[in-house]
Design a protein around this ligand. Structure first.
Ligand SMILES: Nc1ncnc2c1ncn2[C@@H]1O[C@H](COP(=O)(O)OP(=O)(O)O)[C@@H](O)[C@H]1O
Ligand SMILES: [Mg+2]
Length: 279
């Protein structure tokens, strides 16, 4: 079964050190391509849905977060005391110039990186206090990521790309077909399911990336400049999909952008200047 997948993954351009989620996924994909489906593999357990938890308090609560990186003999202070809150069902946007610290913050919100100081509560859990394994598990099960450059695996069809994310989250195999179909239909790609990324437009590829990011039903979707490579019409389509996802899939979205027309659809906008929010 699925032997057609047994080819080595070629270079994964997205897997640069600056995109740890993509690097992690490339690793998982390599595993996927070499793994035998029959043996069930070893997949992390999925947390059972906790309805009570879902309704209580903000999805994200960030208190006085700082982040510095060592450079040469000194360090660069990138985030300088970030406070923010994201409520369930909101579409929250971070805007700011290139280099202001948006990606650094988004990585922190998704548990890809740890603050130097301060706290990040994700659905009542102290993300900054979890060890690496627990953070990885939480991230795989409860958070979805979308990047500017789609981060799809080029050898896999849209369908296979989405299915990979279900496998990574440990969703039972019997649920895959239904969920993959549902997610691709949700993003308007019901007729493109078996196309590979190079056979799709930029906007379609980004919509596959969205289907892939939401397939395992994360509570929180984090998107780093998801419309930056798209023309305004395709960007608008992506935003329509985001709005739809919030309502039909009960997700919460936090994204970065500097497009003024896109900022208009946000429930809340945080403006970042040099590692701090203003206004
Ligand atoms: N791992 C790192 N090591 C050193 N500097 C970093 C690292 N990550 C980010 N930076 C620096 O932090 C600043 C903010 O970067 P980033 O968060 O990518 O900004 P934005 O997404 O708003 O463009 C930049 O000056 C960047 O060079
Ligand atoms: Mg960035």
């Amino acid at each position: 079964m699925m032997r057609w997948l047994r080819k080595p993954v070629q270079s994964e351009e997205a897997a640069t050190p600056r995109e740890p989620a993509a690097a992690e996924e490339a690793g998982a994909a390599a595993e996927y391509l070499h793994d035998d489906f029959e043996d069930g593999g070893s997949v992390p357990e999925v947390n059972p849905p906790d309805i009570q938890e879902m309704e209580l308090g903000p999805v994200l609560s960030v208190r006085d977060v700082h982040r510095s990186f060592p450079v040469g003999s000194g360090e660069i202070h990138v985030l300088k005391g970030i406070n923010m809150e994201v409520q369930s069902g909101q579409l929250v946007m971070l805007k700011g110039r290139s280099g202001s610290g948006k990606t650094t913050l988004l990585n922190m919100l998704g548990g890809l990186d740890e603050p130097s100081s301060g706290e990040i509560m994700f659905r009542g859990q102290a993300l900054h206090q979890l060890n690496d394994d627990k953070r990885t598990l939480l991230r795989r099960n409860q958070i979805g990521f979308i990047f500017q450059a789609y981060a799809l695996l080029p050898l896999l069809s849209a369908w296979e790309n989405v299915e990979l994310s279900l496998r990574m989250a440990g969703v039972p195999q019997q649920e895959w077909k239904r969920r993959v179909t549902h997610c691709l239909e949700l993003v308007g790609l019901g007729k493109r399911m078996f196309h590979r990324p190079f056979e799709l437009s930029g906007g379609e590829q980004q919509r596959v990336a969205i289907a892939k990011a939401i397939a395992h039903r994360p509570k929180l979707l984090l998107a780093d400049e998801p419309t930056a490579n798209l023309d305004s019409q395709m960007g608008a389509q992506v935003m329509a999909v985001f709005k739809n996802i919030i309502h039909t899939e009960h997700m919460t979205i936090c994204m970065t952008t500097h497009d003024p027309t896109i900022l208009e659809v946000a429930d809340h906008v945080y403006e970042m200047v040099d590692g701090k929010f203003i206004g």
